[in-house]
Structures are given as structure tokens and as C-alpha cells.
Design a protein around this ligand. Structure first.
Ligand SMILES: O=c1ccn([C@H]2C[C@H](O)[C@@H](COP(=O)(O)OP(=O)(O)OP(=O)(O)O)O2)c(=O)[nH]1
Ligand SMILES: [Mg+2]
Length: 159
């Protein structure tokens, strides 16, 4: 169920379509509660991209986003592509800064064992918009005590 307050609080994200994404579906939430909007490859129809095993490529989306201050967008892999074909984002999650006004691109890598063809319009990744605070760093002589202290990297065990 949609919380009416959340509905009201939906931030507006500007979107500019570059000529090479003309005709492609714009990103949209594929289900009522989806966290991400799928991004499509804005490759030329006549020039699909074949990613050989181990190869990586920066795939254009043909889209420029204008995020409100205090937000970021994360470019994340799609689990289906990862599970079925070993296709994922190399820099996951990719970070789109609120002040970035260039084209969003998706850095894909083929971790599978077969070449993978990306065609125009293929949904290659998903974009999640999230709040991102800029903080003020305060240099201190030492950090305050906690029960955990410096324990990490498995310090609480596995079972
Ligand atoms: O998957 C990604 C990651 C980044 N970007 C764009 C938007 C982001 O705002 C900009 C810079 O990204 P990042 O800070 O990750 O890269 P950098 O290597 O630190 O470059 P820069 O020095 O430009 O910040 O590149 C993308 O289009 N796709
Ligand atoms: Mg950077």
C-alpha cells in the first residue's frame, strides 16, 4: 500500500533526453514497489555491442538527470543479467552526483564465460535515487569508546 505521505514526498528529478535515446522508453519503476528504474542501452540500432568474457564497456543511456540537492543516484546491476549471463556493473553501485550534468553511462563487465550482445533498448542496469547527506568533518584526537571498539571483519563470528 502506498503511504500518502510518501506519495507527497516524492522528489522531482529532471530528465533531459539526448538525441541518441530518442524513441527509447524512459526509465520507469517496473512494479509498484520497485526501488530502481531500469536503464536502457542507447546504442545505435545497427551497432549492438558484444562484450567478450572479461571485457568491459561504458554503455550510453542517452539521458541526463538533474537530481535535487541532497540526493544521489546509484547505478546498480540487474540480478537477472548477473545470474544468467554474468553481466554486472564493474563499479557497483555507480554514483551519480547531484551536480552531474553529463550523460549517465553504465559500466558493464562480462564475468560470464560466453560473449554477451547488448542491443539498443536493452535494460542493462537500474537506477536508485537516494538521499545523500554531505557532512561536516570534525577532526578529533581520538574516537569515543564503544562496546565494539575496533572489532570488525568477522569479529562477531560466523554462526
Ligand atoms: O556508473 C557511473 C558512475 C558515474 N557516472 C558519472 C556521474 C558521476 O557524477 C560522475 C563521476 O563519477 P565518480 O565520482 O564515480 O567518478 P570519478 O572517477 O571520481 O570521476 P570524477 O573525478 O569526475 O568525480 O560520472 C556515470 O555516468 N555512471
Ligand atoms: Mg568522483
Amino acid at each position: 500500500m502506498t503511504d500518502p505521505l510518501l506519495q507527497l514526498a516524492r522528489p522531482v528529478v529532471g530528465l533531459v533526453r539526448l538525441p541518441h535515446s530518442e524513441g527509447l522508453d524512459l526509465p520507469s519503476y517496473e512494479s509498484a514497489g520497485a526501488a530502481g528504474m531500469d536503464l536502457r542501452a542507447a546504442l545505435p540500432e545497427s551497432q549492438p555491442l558484444t562484450l567478450a568474457p572479461g571485457a568491459r564497456a561504458l554503455v550510453p543511456t542517452g539521458l541526463v538527470f538533474e537530481l535535487p540537492d541532497g540526493y544521489e543516484a546509484q547505478v546498480r546491476p540487474r540480478s537477472g543479467l548477473a545470474f544468467k549471463h554474468g553481466i554486472t556493473c564493474l563499479n557497483t553501485p555507480g554514483t551519480i552526483d547531484a551536480d552531474y550534468r553529463g550523460e549517465v553511462k553504465v559500466l558493464l563487465i562480462n564475468h560470464g564465460d560466453a560473449p554477451f550482445e547488448i542491443t539498443r533498448g536493452a535494460r542493462i542496469a537500474q537506477m536508485v535515487v537516494a538521499p545523500a547527506l554531505q557532512v561536516v568533518l570534525e577532526l578529533r584526537d581520538e574516537a569515543g569508546e564503544t562496546a565494539r571498539g575496533a572489532g570488525g571483519f568477522g569479529s562477531t563470528g560466523t554462526g
